[in-house]
Design a protein around this ligand. Structure first.
Ligand code: ARG
Length: 281
């Protein structure tokens, strides 16, 4: 899992620190594409559930290998998108803000995830506003970046700000292919992000440029395979195996990119990060 390309790390690259993560995942035992709620999904294209499970298992094993504490929620038959655990809620300070999904096909996932949070000792806040959890809320240091435009309602940003008492920055998504914030931004550590400029409107882009002048700028090519949909522990960054330019940029900056192939789950419009919900106690 470690790289033999260490020579490519420039001498000025800062030293990165890996922090042990606690996350929630859901095995894609019932994964399939039978409805279309994002442009990636096409019910006419067959899916291979066994392959989805095998690819997901590799992601799970990668996280365990990195020393993460990985929790599992039981998959529910009839909820094929439940594998995208990032949408199940948003958890900081042991407070779990529940999800309220935009599309009826996913709505039963909201209560299912909230039950899991309750059973596992989290302080659950039942949402009043439509929101899709960590798909649209990303914590960077002490700031919450919040997406809207396709799924989470902007009112949910106010709800999140009231619950956590942290600054919330609203970002408007404009490209339906990047309908969740975690498809357009990758959080690398407490101060660094990577993003796809064309996914945002001008005011949001201006605010990203101002806040993160040194951000990694992803290529359209890497973003087009959901390469930004990645998960970092501050040093190791688990990314889509095919996101080659992103991989190179991460290495240059002293991170350790680890490629995983989730091609089957891409048929549902999700990647690494979508399958990962961080649990912050
Ligand atoms: N098919 C799912 C949907 O459209 C994919 C969710 C991807 N999750 C994410 N965090 N981006 O809702």
């Amino acid at each position: 899992m470690s790289t033999n390309l260490d020579a490519l790390v420039s001498p000025e690259a800062p030293v990165r620190t890996a922090l042990k993560r606690t996350i929630l995942m859901c095995k894609p035992s019932h994964f399939t594409v039978v409805y279309r709620i994002n442009p990636w999904m096409d019910p006419a294209v067959p899916t291979d559930t066994a392959l989805a499970v095998a690819q997901w298992q590799t992601l799970y094993d990668t996280y365990v290998g990195l020393g993460f504490d990985v929790h599992l929620i039981d998959p529910i038959d009839g909820l094929p998108d439940m594998v995208y655990a990032a949408n199940g809620g948003f958890v900081i300070d042991n407070i779990a803000y529940g999800a309220a999904f935009t599309y009826p096909q996913r709505q039963p996932e909201g209560p299912a995830y909230m039950d899991w949070f309750r059973e596992n000792g989290f302080d659950v806040r039942v949402p009043q506003e439509i929101n899709e959890g960590e798909g649209d809320f990303l914590l960077v240091g002490d700031v919450i970046l919040a997406g809207t435009g396709f799924r989470s309602a902007s009112n949910s940003h106010e709800e999140v700000s009231a619950i956590y008492g942290r600054p919330v920055i609203t970002l408007n998504l404009v490209n339906p292919n990047f309908y969740h914030l975690d498809t357009a931004i990758a959080v690398l550590d407490d101060t660094n992000i990577a993003y796809l400029p064309s996914a945002f409107d001008e005011p949001s882009l201006a605010s990203l440029r101002e806040r993160y002048p040194d951000a990694v700028i992803a290529t359209e090519e890497d973003a087009a395979i959901l390469g930004l949909n990645s998960y970092s522990d501050g040093y190791n960054v688990v990314i889509a195996a095919r996101a080659k330019d992103f991989e190179r940029q991460l290495r240059e900056r002293g991170y350790n990119p680890i490629g995983v192939d989730l091609s089957e789950l891409l048929l549902g419009g999700g990647g690494v990060k979508c399958c990962t919900l961080e649990l912050r106690r």
